[in-house]
Design a protein around this ligand. Structure first.
Ligand code: PAF
Length: 285
């Protein structure tokens, strides 16, 4: 059965026992409201370690003022049942006080500069410092050998890989491909804020990313024109795009002619909901 652990001490005790037995540990950090995307990370994690821990923690420090921290869906009982069926060993669901015992105002922060200031970071100041700060704590508490994150939050993945490299944290980061609805819409807990009609409209992100990806693979080298065309497509679908950017996959720098591994990233608003998606593209020549 999946063990529900709410304190750092309990979590440490369990991981210590596994380690004593010579076993390895995988961590899947989440904010809960688990969907098929999270469950595919759980399956991937299980292939890389003997024990899987899923953390469910709606982290206050990564939400900006006016963002959806209080509305964010909290469904712990349902999440626990889902993890139980998936054969997960442990569910770590600490309180805010447990994670930030001295409060959040004056707590130690982990900041990955530059990478945290562009794209999503420009739209959401402080967001990636909040993400890095909580994931660093989760790594210190669970000491996983591997940790799995979704590619849907591509910039988060780049920021966390950089944090792990810079701070010499002994964990391997695994990236899981994005699970999608039939119309192409990337699965996200925030999709629960959308009506069925809006979910149709939101599929425009994937359509525009696919068009840009196909054009790059076909040899189109005018990235500025592709970015402008992506923004136009999203507007035509009735969305309010924030950015549509073609970048180098490994460090999100603007892509140049000699860069082969690219990522196209986009963010757009649909009413009050902010949607993000991305697509990796390898140029063949
Ligand atoms: O991707 C998420 O759900 C969150 O940003 C994470 C990694 C669990 C940190 O709170």
């Amino acid at each position: 059965a999946v063990q529900l652990l709410k304190t750092v001490a309990e979590m440490r005790e369990l991981v210590d026992a596994w380690r004593e037995a010579g076993d390895t540990v995988a961590l899947v950090p989440t904010m809960g409201n688990l969907h098929a995307g999270h469950m595919s990370l759980v399956s991937m994690a299980a292939e890389h370690a003997e024990h899987v821990v899923v953390s469910v923690f709606v982290n206050p420090t990564q939400f900006g003022p006016g963002e959806d921290y209080t509305e964010y869906p909290r469904t712990l009982d349902k999440d626990q049942r889902r993890l139980q069926r998936a054969g997960v060993d442990a569910l770590f669901a600490p309180s805010v006080e447990e994670m930030y015992p001295a409060g959040i105002e004056s707590t130690t922060q982990v900041l990955v500069p530059e990478l945290s200031a562009i794209l999503e970071g420009a739209a959401r100041p402080g967001h990636f410092a909040g993400v890095a700060s909580v994931v660093c704590r989760l790594f210190n508490i669970c000491t996983p050998d591997v940790a799995a994150f979704g590619q849907k939050d591509y910039q988060q993945l780049v920021v966390l890989r950089r944090m792990v490299a810079d701070l010499h944290i002994p964990v391997s980061i695994l990236a899981g491909t994005t699970e999608r609805a039939r119309n192409g819409l990337a699965l996200s807990s925030r999709n629960s804020y959308l009506s069925d009609a809006q979910k149709q409209q939101a599929a425009a992100l994937h359509v525009a990313l696919t068009a840009a990806g196909d054009a790059i693979q076909d040899g189109e080298g005018d990235y500025g024109a592709l970015e402008a065309s992506g923004l136009r497509q999203l507007e035509q679908a009735g969305l309010q795009p924030e950015y549509f950017a073609i970048r180098r996959a490994y460090d999100l720098a603007p892509a140049g002619k000699s860069d082969m591994n690219l990522v196209v990233l986009t963010a757009a608003r649909l009413d009050r909901v902010r949607l993000i998606d991305n697509m990796l593209v390898s140029r063949s020549s």
